[in-house]
Design a protein. Structure first.
Length: 147
């Protein structure tokens, strides 16, 4: 029932996000640098103890995110099967390349016009814990690939 409620909320927010997409464009340029940066670069993760933070993030992830992104973050959760675009594979290189702040904004504001903005449902600290857990998912998936 909870997932159904979250899915309905996602559909509602999808309509809102699509309507306001053009108004929500962010200027990705830092003043005076002449270099484009990604949104969220100025946001810093407040948690230093990454192990403790990611353990808390796992609980939040299992409760709120695994239904769409899958238990291991591969984007293959049952609730995400019918979504277009599909939920992100959180263990991909593209996700890993994002700054912590960019991940935080994606969780907070939603992504791709499909994922709901979680800033209305979970606290700021919980969203940062999710960022740390997403980093751990990537590490676990790519242990043998480091060079």
């Amino acid at each position: 029932m909870r997932y159904f409620f979250v899915f309905i909320l996602a559909l509602i927010f999808l309509g809102i996000l699509n309507a306001s997409e053009e108004n929500a464009k962010i200027d990705p340029q830092k003043e005076g640098t002449g270099k484009a940066t990604e949104p969220g670069d100025s946001l810093k993760n407040p948690f230093i103890d990454k192990l403790s933070s990611s353990l808390q993030g796992k609980k939040i992830y299992d409760e709120n995110c695994a239904s769409c992104h899958g238990k291991k973050g591969l984007g293959n959760g049952q609730a995400g099967e019918e979504l277009a675009p599909k939920p992100d594979n959180l263990t991909s290189k593209e996700i890993h390349k994002l700054s912590d702040g960019a991940l935080f904004l994606g969780i907070s504001d939603g992504a791709h016009g499909v994922m709901i903005p979680w800033k209305f449902m979970i606290s700021e600290d919980q969203r940062w814990h999710l960022v740390d857990y997403i980093r751990e998912l990537w590490e676990n998936q790519n242990k043998g690939d480091k060079k």
